[in-house]
Structures are given as structure tokens and as C-alpha cells.
Ligand binder design. Structure first.
Ligand SMILES: O=C(O)CCC(=O)C(=O)O
Ligand SMILES: [Fe+2]
Length: 325
């Protein structure tokens, strides 16, 4: 740790129950995450963004991205303590903002067909069948009491599929869930979840914000680099989470000054108690909340094979755990 740098403890994230629901459904709904005043605040910011954008057409779907750099209300969301702890729980010290986007979906506007987020021809799930390579945080700013209001629609549990019968269609599929929610709801989506968007046949324009996060070595979705002058206006955590590096490989091996991103929620330390102190801090393995809390298989699904091989060779099993056959 460097002298004179004010490090912060990671804000709260998943409870165990929330994590289990998220991994089972591919989706988590947190109602009343925003107060009515906060909803108003973000709605005003969306209105300002649209009013200053010559491309805005109120009869069409409006979906500007990289909005964190376009309005201070969205800049604050990069590391907002209301949600950043959740994505830190999964991506830990390599957390990056993948995308920031606002949607206004008016009556008759373009709406998405069934798809997962991320890569398509060879989806994320082929390489990462369990943990998401991207999590999308949604803030819902208009009441959506019924279908046909431009609602988000998903197939619960479908993050385990690499292909889907209704892919690239608008078809309604048995078992799908149409998100009907009050303004102020926050959602988290596993990027491999199959989803689509309802048509909007109502007179209410659906408005919401999305912030997607990923490990820093997964590509950005809405920028190559950030404006250096804008970066100077950010706090330390926001600047790190944008990961606007000059060297391509810095995304995989970020510079020493970007560690720690956060201090441990329980211990307040920048390192795990069992970590190897001979390894420099910015290269030292630091376990995510998911690894620490859920244990195997998050140690690595094949770790038990390594332990079994060591046991066969009469060597010490590193964890000291009994190996199941
Ligand atoms: O607007 C929505 O509800 C979802 C949009 C979407 O799926 C996307 O932008 O990838
Ligand atoms: Fe999507």
C-alpha cells in the first residue's frame, strides 16, 4: 500500500441467499433500491442527456452508451456503493466497467429479440460455464405494472444454455418471465441469461439505466479509451474501474498503483491472511467473495483432480481437506 492514498473498504454485496438465487435464476431483483427522490434524480439526468443530444428522436428507441462520461449523475454510478459491492464480489481486484447505457423505449420503438449478452458465435458460457463473464446492473425508473410496456423478459435458469430455440426471434416462450416492477427496482443479470424485450404498446416511455461489469481483461463494450481530461475528474476507484490503460496487456496485468482497488470487507486488509507475502501485492492472488464464501467448486471445478493426483502420489493434499472419490 502507498503512503497517503485513502483506500476504501469494499461496500456491501451479495448475501448468500441472494447469490444462490442469482446463480439459480441468472437474475436477481431488489425492489425499492432507489428512493423516489433518487428515481427523479436519474430521470432528470436522462432528460438532460436527451435534450442535449441532436440524435434524440422521442418516437424512436434511444440508447446512448458510455453515459458515465456524459452526465455527472451517471459518473457517480461507476463505483456507487449501492451496487459496486455486488460486482466486486465476483470480479474482485480486477473489476472493470464494461458498459454504461441509458434506454428510453417509447411506444412502437425498436426492441430486442432473444439473445444472451456478450460473444455470440462462441458464447461466454463455453469458457465460463458457471461464473458470468459479465454482470449487468439495471436501475428501473418507470413503473412497469404489466407486459407490453417495453419490459425486459428473461428465461429463468437459461444462463446454462449456449443456444436457445427462440434465439433471434421475438417469440413468447413458455416459462419466460416478463419483468413487471416498480420504479426504483434494481436488477442483476448473469450475461449468459437468454433475454428479449417486450414491444411497448403503452403511452409510457420505459426509462432505465444499465451498468455492466466484467473482469478487466474482457473487452470494453462502449469505448476504446477514456478522455484523459475526464479521467482526471474521477476519484481513485472510478478511474481504476474504467481501466483506460495505454498498454493492451495492462488490462490483464494492471499497474501496481491500481492495487488494492478495495480493502477486504471483513478484515480491512489489502491482502488475504493466507496469501503468499513473497509475491508483490499487484501480482498476489487475492480471493473474491465468491471464492471465499462458496468454496469448491469456485476454487476451480477441477481442483479436486489435482488433489486426488497428489494423494495417489503420497504427497500432501494442499488444502488439508479430505478428497472425495
Ligand atoms: O432494454 C432491455 O431491457 C434489454 C436490452 C438488451 O438486452 C441489450 O441491450 O443487450
Ligand atoms: Fe441484452
Amino acid at each position: 500500500m502507498s503512503e497517503g492514498v485513502a483506500y476504501h473498504v469494499a461496500p456491501p454485496g451479495f448475501t448468500k441467499d441472494q447469490w444462490e438465487e442469482f446463480m439459480e435464476e441468472g437474475f436477481l431483483i431488489i425492489e425499492d433500491a432507489l428512493t423516489p427522490e433518487e428515481v427523479e434524480y436519474y430521470l432528470n439526468a436522462i432528460e438532460e442527456l436527451a435534450a442535449n443530444d441532436p440524435k434524440y428522436d422521442p418516437t424512436k428507441t434511444y440508447s446512448p452508451s458510455h453515459v458515465v462520461a456524459k452526465h455527472p449523475a451517471f459518473t457517480e454510478l461507476i463505483d456507487h456503493p449501492r451496487h459496486v459491492g455486488y460486482v466486486y464480489d465476483v470480479y474482485g481486484e480486477l473489476l472493470k466497467l464494461h458498459l454504461s447505457q441509458v434506454f428510453i423505449r417509447p411506444k412502437g420503438g425498436w426492441h430486442n429479440m432473444w439473445h444472451p449478452d456478450g460473444a455470440r458465435a462462441v458464447p461466454y458460457g463455453v469458457f465460463s460455464p458457471e461464473l458470468p463473464l459479465q454482470i449487468k446492473v439495471g436501475y428501473w425508473l418507470t413503473d412497469l405494472p404489466r407486459p407490453k410496456m417495453g419490459n425486459f423478459v428473461y428465461m429463468p435458469g437459461s444462463h446454462r444454455l449456449h443456444d436457445f430455440e427462440a434465439y433471434d426471434t421475438h417469440r413468447s416462450v413458455p416459462g419466460e418471465r416478463i419483468l413487471c416492477c416498480r420504479a426504483g427496482t434494481m436488477t442483476l443479470m448473469h450475461a449468459s441469461l437468454w433475454h428479449r424485450v417486450e414491444p411497448n404498446e403503452s403511452d409510457v416511455a420505459r426509462k432505465n439505466i444499465f451498468l455492466a461489469y466484467c473482469p478487466s481483461w474482457v473487452c470494453e463494450a462502449d469505448r476504446f479509451q477514456c478522455d484523459p481530461e475526464w479521467l482526471k475528474t474521477l476519484n481513485r476507484e472510478q478511474r481504476i474501474i474504467m481501466r483506460s490503460y495505454r498498454g493492451a496487456y495492462d488490462r490483464t496485468k494492471p499497474p501496481a498503483e491500481d492495487f488494492p482497488l478495495f480493502l477486504d470487507r471483513e478484515t480491512g486488509a489489502d491482502s488475504d491472511p493466507e496469501a503468499n507475502p513473497q509475491v508483490a501485492l499487484h501480482r498476489r492472488k487475492r480471493r473474491t467473495w465468491v471464492e471465499k464464501t462458496m468454496g469448491i467448486p469456485y476454487e476451480g471445478p477441477l481442483a479436486s483432480l489435482y488433489h486426488r493426483r497428489r494423494q495417489r502420489q503420497g504427497l500432501e493434499v494442499p488444502t488439508g481437506e479430505p478428497v472425495e472419490d
